[in-house]
Design a protein around this ligand. Structure first.
Ligand code: C2E
Ligand code: CA
Ligand code: CA
Ligand code: CA
Length: 276
């Protein structure tokens, strides 16, 4: 890491100007994106295998820019964090997802939580709990119908603060999911300290299920863990019937992935909910 730091430094001075101006340009574009309503949320259903019912909808951020095209949230979120635009973007995502869930409820669709992703930095924002509380109040969504997805890495970065924040969120009544479960570390020994509702088994375990028998053991272990701690367990990234069958064989109860549905535009998500 030191090595890379030094190299980075060496090149930094020569490219600094263009780098700085590029970041500035992107910052402007991001700022415009908020103003011009260029963001959109897509929703991916979470399905209960015993009855094929939707148990939740995960909101996934999309940004289409006329020049840049589609910008992945994997790039967009870290950039937004560097420029502090993460605060208004977080608020927009949270508010939009809660409003959408309220719209579904008012349309008489069966009630389920909408899941919103929080990056490690978003989770550590000092006013996070306050912001969540305000959005719930403003949209009128009951707290149990909001599910916040955070990674175990986010919890481990500062676990005293994480424990406090989780306590406050739980007090508020929202659900919390541990995203990408199994890819961080120390999760097992800390699980009893973190009051979460759901474990989401990372898609890497599901996607190499056929080729790597060890993954079967890991998935079974997480499912057993979920039963012991009384948590929902969701297998992510289920793409094929073969994966689905293997998961059913392991008594996996909930799944999410392309096999059932890709992330959907709001109107398509509404149709999907209407049909299930
Ligand atoms: P994630 O939370 O782990 O979300 C799952 C990602 O896997 C999504 O990619 C989803 O479209 C994709 N996916 C779902 N089913 C399948 C499948 O069967 N196969 C495969 N190969 N992929 C599948 P997406 O939408 O590009 O999001 C990538 C990441 O960006 C997310 O990973 C999440 O960490 C982050 N992200 C997305 N939206 C937001 C947001 O609003 N806020 C924050 N902080 N992060 C977000
Ligand atoms: Ca997620
Ligand atoms: Ca995930
Ligand atoms: Ca991920």
């Amino acid at each position: 890491a030191k090595e890379r730091g030094r190299n980075h430094y060496r090149f930094y001075s020569s490219t600094m100007t263009s780098k700085a101006s590029m970041i500035l340009k992107l910052e402007n574009l991001l700022y415009q994106a908020i103003e011009e309503n260029e963001f959109c949320l897509n929703y991916q259903p979470q399905i209960k295998l015993t009855n094929n019912k939707v148990t939740g909808m995960e909101a996934l951020l999309r940004w289409y820019h006329p020049e840049l095209g589609n910008v992945s949230p994997v790039k967009l979120i870290p950039l937004a964090e560097k420029t502090d635009l993460i605060v208004p973007i977080s608020l927009w995502v949270l508010r939009t997802a809660c409003q959408q869930n309220k719209v579904w409820q008012k349309a008489g669709l069966s009630k389920m939580p909408v899941a919103v992703n929080l990056s490690a930095r978003q989770f550590q924002q000092p006013n996070l709990v306050e912001m969540v509380g305000q959005v719930l109040e403003e949209t009128g969504l009951e707290p149990q119908f909001l599910d916040l997805e955070i990674t175990e890495t986010a919890l481990m970065q500062n676990h005293d603060l994480a424990q406090q924040t989780l306590g406050k969120l739980r007090h508020l009544g929202v659900q919390v999911s541990l995203d990408d479960f199994g890819t961080g570390y120390s999760s097992l020994s800390y699980l009893h300290k973190f009051p979460v509702n759901t474990l989401k088994i990372d898609q890497s375990f599901i996607q190499s299920l056929q080729d790597t028998p060890q993954n079967t053991a890991i998935i079974s272990a997480v499912i057993a863990l979920g039963k012991t701690f009384n948590l929902r367990v969701i297998a992510e990234g289920v793409e094929t019937l073969q994966q689905l069958k293997l998961l059913q064989g392991l008594n996996c109860e909930e799944v999410q992935g392309y096999w059932f549905s890709r992330p959907l535009k709001p109107e398509d998500a509404t149709d999907f909910l209407g049909q299930t």
